[in-house]
Ligand binder design. Structure first.
Ligand SMILES: Cc1ncc(COP(=O)(O)O)c(C=O)c1O
Length: 400
């Protein structure tokens, strides 16, 4: 029997697309490639002029005084945890609905993540649950801008000020986002970004911390360079061989090759952001009335950067749960994904801290229903249309 157009691909029908549309991917053009090639031909492959140029341009772009590059967003988070003074037995309060790296950076320092549940609308750390968790061991607050929607930063700044804490914002999803007309990167004491290929700007692997605090900037620079107080380029320039290691750091440096790519990508950030906003607006318009599909909510004081477009499946309105809807969309060749398994439910965290589930019901219930639709600035109008068609077909099929 020839499959009909109407049957879902899951049930043997023809998929909406012939090839898989990934949930995220990089876009590189000839100017990006040329920038890397030029650096390969230069005197410096690592920690040369491109690092400083990229850091300065990036910091200026988000409205911060300093930008300190790292070899990944994870390394940048580790640097921020160190600079915030997190040591053995210290705590920071964070969101369970995030990538494990957010919480892991505290463990690297011998500290402990203390999770609090998230807000129902944005799925960001809920400030109203945070204040009561602050103890004499708390050193930092570590909210995450889930999917690119800024966390409620003013509330966290208030709590941080009241208790003498450092506000580290995990903005790995939120480059280009705005909160109350201020750019993410210029608000928290330290803001952490990632340049993984699915992000708004890529350097392959890479990350950055932005800050207005000269002390944090200095510590971060040392921490990513073995704890050494000068860079190789400075020493060469000044004809000096002498350096001192003053703290226990790591080799978390981002190369000149990567920073050349970062600079080239930075020049396209605004364009890429507007494309992501266009894609989100079209998803929102065309999916908001589809039964069983709950679109992401945006607060009035936020302009998200749309790293992800996570929908929630309302299983009361459909005869299928998230797993089946996920499989049905995959069968249509739509590369959906799930962000995230709550951190405390990973085996490592369960074994080490004794979590069993049901500790953070809003995050856990959200996780059970979340599906991230493809979202990257290189998507064509046809790609967007395919996603909308597939989601609509699948939801209509399972309408109860
Ligand atoms: C919220 C969040 N924090 C941290 C990271 C770690 O960034 P990286 O992959 O650059 O190490 C990621 C990575 O995707 C992330 O999504």
């Amino acid at each position: 029997m020839t499959p009909t157009r109407e049957a879902l691909a899951l049930h043997g029908g023809k998929p909406v697309r012939d090839t898989l549309l990934p949930y995220g991917r990089q876009s590189l053009d000839e100017s990006d490639i040329q920038a890397v090639v030029d650096t390969l031909r230069s005197d410096w492959l690592t920690t040369g002029p491109k690092v400083v140029e990229f850091e300065e341009a990036f910091a200026a772009g988000v409205g911060a005084r300093y930008g300190i590059s790292f070899s990944s967003g994870t390394a940048a988070l580790h640097g921020a945890a160190f600079a915030a003074g997190i040591g053995t037995g210290d705590e920071a309060i964070t969101s369970p609905l995030t990538f494990a790296a957010t919480a892991n950076c505290l463990l690297y320092q011998g500290g402990k993540p203390v999770f609090a549940d998230v807000c129902r609308d944005t799925l960001n750390l809920d400030p109203s649950r945070v204040a009561s968790l602050v103890t004499s061991r708390t050193k930092a607050l570590l909210p995450v801008d889930y999917a690119g929607h800024p966390a409620d930063l003013n509330s966290f700044l208030d709590i941080a000020e009241r208790h003498g804490l450092t506000l580290i914002e995990d903005a790995c999803h939120a480059l280009g986002a705005e909160y109350r007309d201020k750019k993410v990167g210029s608000i928290a004491h330290m803001t952490v970004f990632s340049f993984h290929p699915v992000k708004h700007l890529t350097t392959g692997e890479g990350g950055m911390v932005t800050t207005d605090d000269a002390g944090f900037a200095e510590t971060l620079r040392k921490f990513r360079n073995h704890g050494i107080n000068t860079g190789a380029r400075e020493r060469q320039r000044e004809g000096q061989w002498h350096y001192e290691m003053v703290l226990l750091g790591y080799n978390y440096r981002l190369t000149d090759i990567a920073c050349a790519l970062g600079l080239s990508q930075l020049s396209k950030l605004e364009e890429n952001l507007s494309r992501r906003r266009e894609i989100a607006a079209r998803y929102t318009t065309e999916l908001r009335n589809i039964p069983g599909v709950v679109i992401p909510q945006v607060r009035n004081d936020a302009s998200p950067a749309w790293h992800l477009y996570p929908i929630r499946v309302d299983s009361e309105k459909l005869s299928a749960g998230r797993e089946e809807i996920f499989r049905a969309l995959r069968a249509e060749n739509i590369g959906v994904n799930v962000h995230y398994i709550p951190v405390h439910l990973h085996p490592y965290y369960k074994d080490r801290f004794g979590y069993r589930g049901a500790e953070f019901p809003i995050a856990e219930n959200a996780y059970e229903s979340l599906i991230s639709l493809p979202m990257f600035h290189g998507m064509t109008d046809q790609d967007i249309g395919d996603v909308i068609e597939a989601v609509t077909r699948v939801a209509m099929h399972f309408m109860s």
